[in-house]
Design a binder for this molecule. Sequence first.
Ligand SMILES: [Zn+2]
Length: 79
Amino acid sequence: MLKIDMRKIYNFYPIEPAPDPAELPTSGDIYYECLNCTEIVNSVPFIKSACSCGNLTGCDGKLFVKTPESVRVVRGKLR
Ligand SMILES: [Zn+2]
């Protein structure tokens, strides 16, 4: 899979207070940082995307999170 370093394109800001892992928010400008492998995936992924440890996998606008407690919710702004 093509890997893009999202941090080269966006600045990420953690959402405070941290959302409840049971009800993670989703939005086009909201991203999840996987705390296991540090990769960042959009919360509404329209292309097939996944982090390298497999905690976050998604496509067609749906993201599946295996362990929500291992996710930091961040907002991405284009650099
Ligand atoms: Zn991961």
